[in-house]
Write a protein that binds this ligand. Structure first.
Ligand code: PMP
Length: 433
């Protein structure tokens, strides 16, 4: 360990007495010695309470699309603050943000706002079940859809022996076992398996949840033919197709993964990038499906469409739609991939990048993965070894190869332009060596 973490360690010992694991989200706990705390952020960089600086490629798991403390978004948020907070009544701005989403995402004929990705997916699943009249739903191996009970089922890849299908197991204690009978898991990219499932169980299955680019699984990307087949099969069998764009939305393209794959979801979910870090999410979709909200189907919440988050989202989406921010982000992502690839090629280390330059999975195998099962065949232990060495050198990535690298506009427009990239590549080379 090169960097000093004394203050973080001392703080952890105190915090762990009052806060479970000393943190506010399990995913922020890095171990008793390695959990560290952030003092401030700016642009694409973080500083921890010991004064260590990082170029941040986690970006809060994706929300920071423009950069931390973006002056344009923060000015809008401050204007929102002057309006108030929440009123148990709506504001005009909800429509203007919904119009922007509809312009960017053709599937978004109607929109409802919530505060987190979890809430948006939870609402989508409820609406899909109510609309289809069927409680069952399908998820893909390696998918992640939030922290509500119906989503807290995970592919047990560590426990998979390599034959048959990996299990779908509860990701948490407290998830009622009886919910297991409502969820089916399919391997990504196997349309025959999905068709077979729909033929056998289609009368029970009301929804399919999919991330075409798996934002929590190395950014593994579904084959375009498969995604088109999923679209057709869902239509044929009366299954509501929910495209979970919590990570891909307003990041990989103005119209998200749906634009890249040329499909329209029945329902889609957004969060993260839509507010540049302010808590806001949305469920959107077909008019006939969304219209059942309020007609027997509940959607609500005290903090939905909070004035501050909504103002931040309005500005963030305006920037993403009307400027070249997304092109800048993808361009930096491309150059970063080239830089890292150069380091690995020089050292003859087999690797590939998957996903999208704005949301990149780095995979230590020659061939791109077709699904989560291929992750197990890759040299992920090399990644797990490399990640902490890189963090120690001031480049913050997740110490788990399944979390992609996120890019924000500020990486490309760093104060000393070009430095972010050079610094990253230099630190990467040192960590690899
Ligand atoms: N869906 C996907 C695809 C996600 O990546 C996440 C969060 N990583 C969620 C849903 C849940 O979002 P949140 O953490 O905001 O509740």
């Amino acid at each position: 360990m090169q960097r000093k973490l004394e203050r973080s360690r001392a703080h952890f010992r105190k915090a762990a007495k009052r806060l479970p694991l000393g943190v506010a989200s399990n995913f922020r706990y890095w171990g008793d010695e390695d959990t560290f705390y952030i003092a401030r952020a700016e642009g694409g960089r973080l500083t921890d309470i010991d004064g260590n600086g990082y170029i941040d490629y986690r970006l809060g798991y994706g929300p920071t699309i423009l950069g931390y403390c973006d002056p344009r978004v923060d000015a809008a948020a401050q204007e929102g603050m002057r309006i108030g907070s929440v009123f148990a009544l709506s504001t005009e701005r909800e429509l203007s943000v919904a119009e922007r989403i509809a312009k960017m995402v053709p599937a978004a004929e109607m929109v409802r706002f919530s505060c987190s990705g979890t809430e948006a997916v939870m609402a989508a699943l409820r609406v899909a079940r109510a609309y289809s009249g069927k409680d069952g739903y399908v998820v893909a191996e390696g998918g992640y859809h939030g922290v509500f009970d119906a989503a807290l089922w995970t592919t047990d890849m560590e426990g998979w022996a390599g034959e048959g299908d990996p299990d779908l197991v509860p990701y948490s204690g407290g998830v009622p076992r009886m919910l297991r009978s409502l969820v089916w898991q399919v391997p990504l990219n196997d349309a025959d398996r999905l068709e077979d499932l729909f033929k056998r169980q289609g009368d029970k299955i009301g929804a399919m949840l999919i991330e075409p680019i798996q934002g929590n699984c190395c950014a593994i990307s579904a084959d375009p033919d498969y995604v088109r087949a999923v679209r057709e099969l869902c239509t044929k069998h009366g299954v509501v197709l929910i495209v979970d764009e919590v990570k891909t939305g307003f990041r990989v393209a103005r119209g998200g993964a749906q634009e890249i794959y040329g499909i329209q979801a029945d329902l889609c979910t957004f969060a993260k990038a839509m507010g540049n870090g302010y808590p806001i999410s949305a469920v959107a979709g077909r008019r006939d499906i969304m219209s059942i909200i309020g007609r027997g189907v509940v959607h609500g919440g005290t903090y939905t469409a909070h004035a501050v988050s909504l103002a931040a989202a309005e500005k963030t989406l305006e920037i993403l739609d009307e400027t070249d921010a997304l092109e800048t982000i993808a361009g930096y992502g491309e150059r970063l991939r080239e830089g890292l690839s150069g380091v690995l090629k020089q050292r003859s280390i087999p690797h590939c990048f998957v996903g999208h330059p704005a949301l990149s999975g780095l995979f230590f195998s020659e061939t791109p993965p077709a699904g989560y099962r291929d992750w197990k065949a890759s040299d992920y232990l090399f990644y797990d070894t490399l990640a902490p060495l890189l963090v120690d050198r001031g480049v913050l990535i997740e110490p788990d190869s399944r979390e992609p690298w996120f890019i924000c506009e500020a990486h490309a427009r760093d104060k000393a332009a070009g430095d972010c990239l050079d610094e990253t590549v230099t630190a990467f080379a040192a960590a690899v060596d």
